[in-house]
Structures are given as C-alpha cells and as structure tokens.
Ligand binder design. Structure first.
Ligand code: GLU
Length: 367
C-alpha cells in the first residue's frame, strides 16, 4: 500500500499576497503532489486560501463585528475559484481532484467521521486527489476547527496517515526569529522535546495559523507515532526537499505507534483554546488513579466549547489531561467549584454529575 501523507498548504502558498488565486503556485504544487505518487506516496491535501482568493470580491466592512460574515462570504466566493485552479492544474496533467469541506462537528459525530474516512479511502483508491478545507461559510466560534494546522491534524488521524507536512513561509523551527543572522534551524527534533524558550517569527497577516499552531499540531501527532515536517513553500520542489531531509525541520514521531483509535482521536480532537484549570487536590487525584473530573475541582473555565467537545485539563500552566466535556463552557462556569448535588439546581436537565467522565479522559502521561 502507498504511504499516506497529509500535506497542508497555507494561504500564501496558493494565493497572491494582494489576494486572489495564484495559478502559477497551484500548478507547481499539483505537479509535485502527482510526482509523489510515483515515489510510493498517497498524498492528501489540506488547502487554505479560500478567504484570500475571494476577499477582493467582497466589500470590506467598516465595523469589526462584521468581519466574520466578510470572511464567510469571501470564503464562499473564493473556494470555487481555488478549486477551479486546482482542477485545471490537475486536468492538464491527466488527473482529478475532489473537494471536501468540513467543520469540527463532522469529526465529533461517529457517522460523519466515518463518512469522511470512507470518502477519502475511496478517492485514494481511484487516484483522485482529496483537497480538504474548513467549510468557513457555516462555521462559527463553537463549531470551528479554527485553523487549518489543526484541521490537518484531524485529517491525519482520520486517514491513518504516517506523515504530516506543513508548508509555510518559515523553513521549519529556528532557535530564534529566523530573520536574525545567527538563527539556527533545528533539522530533526525528538517527539519528547518541548520548545520552551524558542522564539518564533511573527505570523503573516494572511491565514489563521502561525508557528504556534504548527507546534501544537506537532505536540498532538508526534506522541502518537506520526512524523511532522515543517518547511518553506518558497524553495524549489519543496515537498521532495522535505521528504529527503534537505531542509525544514523533521519532528520525529514516537517509534511506538499508538494503536488505540480512541486515544488517538481524543489526542487530536482536543480544541487548542478550550480548557479548565483544576486545583491541586483534583490534579493529584486525576494523576494518581484516573478518576472522573468533578466540577468541584475546577477553578477556571477558558474558551468557547460545546457539550461533547474534547477540552484540556490544566494545572500550573500544564495540560495534564484531555477529555470529552459533559457541559458547554457557560454551564461549566456556572457549576465550577460546586458539589455534584448542587448541579441540578443550577442547570436544567443537567446531562451528568461529572464534568468529564473517567472513560472519556486521557491522562497526558498515558499517551
Ligand atoms: N479556511 C481558511 C481559508 O481557506 C484558512 C484557515 C487557515 O488559514 O488556517 O482561507
């Protein structure tokens, strides 16, 4: 079987700085993706660029609160323009591509998740290139994936890919801002490494991610046994270059690949900006023997999330566990610090007496 590799391209890798699709960039990318097949890979593409492709065609709002609908409209007009460029480039080389638009919710519900998986499997069997993006037009705070680095993580897990390549401006991870003359690039990084003290280059103004969201992707996938490469799209043949290890940074996955589907799903679905902070006693109990997380141990609720989302459990600025929350962020803020017996008086039809059930909890050290 061909080795599955997910390639995520940032907006500027496929569009022009001033907005609009770049057919030149897309033609070069597509030619390289097709060449990967000859080398025994089955590429799956996660492509940003819808908003930047369409933004010149939608009037920019003056009010900040209109920005979301501006971006949604820009994505709605930009996505087909982006796809047209992909399809034209593929057809010119005798190949085909498929559009897959998803939101965070599609990975939460088992039936929808399986449909994404099965569709991508079928497309790969037929040598059709899957091209995935977030369905920006229908996503909003509670249900958005947020950025395509995270979407690429979820697609990598869903398709059992063994490698994720993040193509961006910066050529990997540097020990300081890469613009500084003596900045040193890390070639290979072990999955156990943390990156405390590393300074990143400023994120570009186009697209949502940055080095920070890329390292979050690395932290989610490498413990599971997936390799992640980060490198620049500005180099000649950027994909072959990264695959041959002649540029960028390779974050090596754990040699013991995680085989529990449930664990890998929990680790990759976790929302970057959603967490609760727990007190000392609660953290100690959870780490000693995996017990359910009770509202009484929660001190703080951060971010926007729904019932059934995977959120982080933090203590002293460290994520000690992740798990499926029984309550949304507003409900959890109401019941935090309260005894289980008090919950039903605070929330009508409360689904549970625990915040995260122990069966839905994954202690970080156990991954
Ligand atoms: N889905 C967005 C787009 O196509 C990009 C999100 C991101 O930059 O991560 O424009």
């Amino acid at each position: 079987m061909k080795k599955r590799v997910v390639i995520k391209v940032g907006s500027l890798a496929v569009t022009n700085e001033a907005g609009g699709v770049s057919s030149v960039k897309i033609r070069a990318l597509v030619a390289e993706l097709l060449a990967l097949r000859e080398k025994g890979f089955a590429p799956i593409l996660v492509s940003s660029g819808a908003i930047n492709s369409g933004r010149a065609l939608i009037k920019r709002p003056e009010e900040k609160k209109m920005m979301i609908s501006f971006q949604q409209a820009a994505a709605a007009v930009g996505q087909p323009l982006l796809m047209r460029a992909y399809v034209d480039a593929l057809e010119a080389l005798g190949a085909h591509g498929a559009q897959i638009l998803v939101t965070h919710e599609d990975f939460k519900e088992r039936q929808r998740f399986l449909n994404i998986r099965n569709t991508i499997n079928r497309l790969l069997e037929n040598d059709v290139l899957p091209i995935v993006n977030e369905n920006d037009t229908v996503s909003y705070a509670e249900i958005t994936v947020g950025d395509n680095d995270q979407l690429a993580v979820m697609i990598t897990e869903a398709t059992d890919a063994e490698k994720l390549i993040l193509l961006t401006e910066a050529d990997g991870l540097f020990d300081k801002n890469p613009k500084e003359a003596d900045a040193r690039r890390f070639d290979v990084v072990d999955f156990r490494e943390d990156f405390v003290g590393v300074k990143f280059a400023a994120k570009t103004s186009v697209g949502r991610g940055g080095m920070d969201t890329k390292l979050k992707a690395v932290r989610k996938l490498t413990p599971l046994g997936v390799d992640v490469c980060i490198g620049t799209f500005l180099a000649e043949s950027p994909l072959s270059r990264l695959l041959s290890g002649t540029g960028g940074t390779l974050f090596k996955g754990n040699p013991d690949r995680q085989t529990s589907r449930r664990k890998s799903w929990l680790s990759t679905m976790v929302k970057n900006d959603a967490w609760v902070v727990v007190d000392e006693g609660c953290a100690g109990a959870m780490l000693k023997a995996t017990t359910s997380l009770l509202p009484i141990g929660i001190r703080k609720v951060h971010g926007v999330f729904r019932r059934g989302d995977v959120i982080q459990v933090k203590h002293r600025n460290k994520t000690i566990a992740v798990g499926i929350t029984e309550f949304d962020h507003r409900e959890l803020a109401l019941v935090m610090g309260k005894k289980s017996g008090e919950i039903s008086a605070l929330i009508e039809n409360a689904p549970s007496k625990v915040a995260i059930h122990k069966d839905n909890l994954l202690i970080k050290a156990d991954i």
